[in-house]
Design a protein around this ligand. Structure first.
Ligand code: ATP
Ligand code: MG
Length: 252
């Protein structure tokens, strides 16, 4: 068995008395590529927000590489090695594609949140950022203003920014949302390539079941804030509870 990289222990989160994450426990194995699925409003993004420190849980603990990160600030969690992309992209639209990544590389290397204006003295950061853009297939658009990129490429840039944080665990929130079928599969290929190339643990939230069952080693199903099921794709696609609550007629 591979060692666990992330452990969630009885996590609870409510907003204004409304419980959104209800006593969730889970462990994520080192190096795994896994998916989280579930209906709209199930609590998937909230789950990522808790892991990355954007929200504080009401109770429960989160351990990364055996150390509790519960209550830590997002920036400190990033520095330990957890990065994410966002359901709604989180880039600086006025900056160029390259500058978006450079700014993150420099901020990550400096270890504080004071924004910097990249200058020529940051050549190694530029080189690193350009390398990341090559890895994700955006190098030919490095000088474009980010806000002018097509939606699909803005989502890829968001992943590039997350990679600039040198994560050991990368959380992707609906990386293919809003993309054309062609863009989707290109993105899926990219996710698989990055996962293999970087040997990191990756968890992605996804609504497209062909993608989920096509590339995940493990699938977890969130439903009304609870972990309804977890297992290998072939187990989940046949799970009666999951079919009834979520998959319905989507699965043969
Ligand atoms: N900051 C917040 N304040 C109040 N309620 C919130 C907040 N964030 C999320 N919620 C509520 O928590 C519930 C779960 O939301 P969440 O965004 O985690 O769902 P999701 O599974 O990611 O859904 P989707 O598939 O639509 O992205 C929703 O009812 C949402 O309105
Ligand atoms: Mg969401």
């Amino acid at each position: 068995m591979k060692p666990e990289v992330l452990k969630i222990d009885r996590l609870v989160k409510s907003f204004n008395g409304n419980t959104v994450i209800s006593d969730i426990s889970a462990t994520f194995a080192q190096g795994e590529l896994s998916a989280i699925i579930g209906p709209n409003g199930a609590g998937k993004t909230t789950f990522f927000n808790l892991i990355t420190g954007y929200h504080l849980p009401n109770s429960g603990k989160i351990y990364f590489e055996g150390k509790s990160i519960t209550g830590m600030q997002p920036f400190d969690i990033v520095r330990l090695g957890i990065a994410r992309s966002f359901q709604i992209t989180n880039i600086f639209p006025k900056l160029s594609v390259l500058e978006n990544v450079v700014a993150t590389v420099i901020t990550h290397q400096k270890g504080n949140l004071n924004l910097v204006t990249p200058t020529v003295k940051h050549k190694p950061a530029y080189d690193r950022a350009y390398q990341i853009l090559e890895d994700v297939g955006l190098a030919d658009r490095a000088d474009r203003q980010s806000g002018t990129l097509a939606h699909g490429n803005q989502k890829i840039l968001d992943i590039a920014v997350a990679l600039a944080m040198e994560p050991k665990l990368l959380l992707l929130d609906e990386p293919t949302a809003g993309m054309s079928p062609e863009e989707r599969w290109k993105t899926v290929e990219l996710i698989q390539k990055l996962w293999q190339q970087l040997s990191i643990t990756m968890v992605f939230i996804e609504h497209d079941m062909d993608i989920v069952f096509g590339i995940s080693q493990k699938v977890r199903v969130l439903c009304y804030g609870s972990m309804l099921a977890e297992g290998r794709p072939e187990e989940i696609s046949k799970n009666e509870k999951v079919i009834e609550a979520y998959l319905g007629e989507e699965v043969d």
